[in-house]
Write a protein that binds this ligand. Sequence first.
Ligand SMILES: NC(=O)c1ccc[n+]([C@@H]2O[C@H](COP(=O)([O-])OP(=O)(O)OC[C@H]3O[C@@H](n4cnc5c(N)ncnc54)[C@H](O)[C@@H]3O)[C@@H](O)[C@H]2O)c1
Length: 375
Amino acid sequence: MGRTYRLAIIGNGMICNAAHLPALAPLRDQGMVEVVGVADIRAQAARETAERYHVPAWYEDPQKMLDELKPDWVSICTPNRHHDWSIAALNAGAHVMCEKPLALTYREAAEMFAVAKAQGKLLFPCQSRRWSADMDFASDIVRKGLLGRLYFADLSFVRRFGIPTWGMFHMQKENGGGPFCDLGVHFLDSLLWMAGNPRVEAVSGKSFDVLAKKGENVLLSIKESGAYSGTFTPRPYQAAEFSVEDCAVGFMRLAGNFGVNFKFTWALNQPTGKHIILCGDEGGLDVEQTTLYQNVGHYQGETRLKYFDNRPYAERPFDAHYYMYEHVYRVLEGLEDPRVKPEETLNVVAAIEAYYRSAEENREVRTDELEGYPV
Ligand SMILES: NC(=O)c1ccc[n+]([C@@H]2O[C@H](COP(=O)([O-])OP(=O)(O)OC[C@H]3O[C@@H](n4cnc5c(N)ncnc54)[C@H](O)[C@@H]3O)[C@@H](O)[C@H]2O)c1
């Protein structure tokens, strides 16, 4: 058996309780990980999490936890401003797994990877969709060359009314942005990964907050807002605090003459739904509909493909986190290379920063305008 890692978690809200701690159970059972502490600026969240998951220590001050427990693996599950606690944990001598988005600016992400390198530690961004069954399927189709050379993609993740209301997602100061950095970060990471990480050259985006600001008393589904197994110690939501976009749309230029349409929303008068459509010179793939578009002779063909998810955690909410934790353990043990690479995450974070700047300045923003770009 390999080493037992002493792991601690900073930020003890929904994703910590619904994904990270459940996903850690198999590793804890097998003695691969010992969860030594949890910390949250809200003492109640930390205490309830420790009680729920039988963690021996909880803290209201994450730095005190790092100093006292000296964990060798820290998971960051705070709202999107992940930079400071990631760097504090790396400097305290821990490997870090950090929830998405890793950072909101290119400069911050580059600094985080630089600190990890200087400390000789792993900084692993939780791009959990890399382990979702549809990504296994779609990336396999792309790798096999069935689509030929990709040159266009259409990314859409629409929630008709699915504003996350249990935390600080809606607050610019804490979260940095709305659905672009919440939902878009997943789809963009998936696309760039499947396409071989073409450089994001420019983003032209538009952001809206029309429906969230209208103050209509629309019924929300917590599940459809992303809390698939409920919320844990939720923070009361106040619509007046809403200060991010509820709808992000636009176009992105990637290197190699590649264009991407995108639409990511928490609120839009359009049915809830999502798709990733990949188009190449040999074929197209609608990942959600599992439909392959290819010409057969002089006929236009549409093939409905089937795939089966026979993996052990297939029926669990946030199943991807289970595979991701097992993967990171194997990376730390030197058995696998990290599936999420720094250069891929830097590309995603550049798109995030360029999108928000573009929406704010009402113009296309080139990534080479970003501070510190490229490393
Ligand atoms: N990978 C995924 O699929 C996925 C899914 C959902 C959320 N997330 C990410 O996880 C993160 C947390 O989301 P959530 O739904 O758990 O939010 P949440 O609001 O439920 O939990 C965040 C917790 O962090 C605490 N916190 C806030 N500021 C802190 C600070 N400075 N130091 C310590 N604790 C602090 C809050 O009190 C809260 O308990 C976000 O970045 C989000 O994007 C990822």
